[in-house]
Design a binder for this molecule. Structure first.
Ligand code: PEP
Length: 252
């Protein structure tokens, strides 16, 4: 059985105090209400990581960062290294989010470096992939997503690949309120799993957690998570309200 995960990507939202309030609410609701052993990950902004790590200690909730630098240390003003992230208790790091690809020009090759350094330091990458609406309309979306995986992940050894979590996030569904239909999500997740199988074999493909992201909310999470190849979600907007986020966690 592969691991089910719901991760909340707070993006550039929440002041320090607001972040601590949200994290405490999530931890308390999870303690009282969540019976499943699904992985639950909060990915606040960098400045909140340390304090949130204290709040989640001893709970079912894990901590993730939203980005990291590709180099171990040095003269990279304004950047944060994986070693720093580990030192404040992060276990996960989101890599290749479409917003970073678009606004910070992150290429598949550059992301491969970030994947490498994360794995070398024991951080689990949540590797995002996904197509634009125009790519989908042209019918090139399946090949596009496959190439993102090939170029950023397929150099990994089998044992390293097994440590990666994949998040399929169609760009046209992120923050738009338009969710992929269950058929669209399942189709792409199955294609992704098949692509992994072609490189690493069925055992690895079956063991890989593939999350869906893109306007996932309490009222659509259940049907998305019921798809055979959807193993949970990467949640943006709905992770900013504890009630909504925990309701999504309870949708398995
Ligand atoms: C995201 O940005 O990872 C995301 C899924 O956002 P939203 O849930 O707001 O669409």
């Amino acid at each position: 059985m592969r691991k089910k995960i719901v991760a909340g990507n707070w993006k550039m939202n929440k002041t320090f105090e607001e972040g601590l309030k949200l994290a405490s609410e999530v931890v308390n609701m999870v303690k009282d209400e969540v019976k499943s052993d699904a992985g639950i990950v909060l990915c606040p902004p960098f400045i909140e990581l340390h304090a949130v790590s204290k709040l989640v200690e001893g709970s079912k909730v894990a901590l993730g960062a939203q980005n990291c630098h590709s180099k171990a240390s040095g003269a990279f003003t304004g950047e944060v290294s994986v070693e720093m992230l580990k030192s404040v208790g992060a276990g996960y790091v989101i890599l290749g989010h479409s917003e970073r690809r678009e606004y910070f020009n992150e290429s598949n090759q550059f992301l491969a470096e970030k994947v490498n350094i994360s794995l070398q330091n024991g951080l689990t990458p949540i590797f995002c992939c996904g197509e634009t609406l125009s790519q989908r309309e042209k019918g090139i979306h399946l090949d596009f997503v496959k190439s993102q995986l090939t170029e950023s992940l397929f150099h990994l050894s089998e044992s390293d690949f097994l440590k990666v979590v994949i998040a399929y996030e169609p760009i046209w569904a992120i923050g738009t309120g338009v969710t992929a239909t269950t058929a669209q999500a399942q189709e792409m997740h199955a294609i992704i799993r098949d692509h992994i199988k072609s490189k690493y074999g069925a055992k690895v493909a079956d063991a890989t957690t593939i999350l869906y992201g893109g306007s996932c909310k309490p009222d659509n999470a259940k049907e998305l998570f019921a798809c055979p190849d959807v193993d949970g979600g990467l949640i943006g907007g709905a992770s900013l309200k504890a009630r909504d986020f925990v309701d999504i966690v309870k949708s398995f």
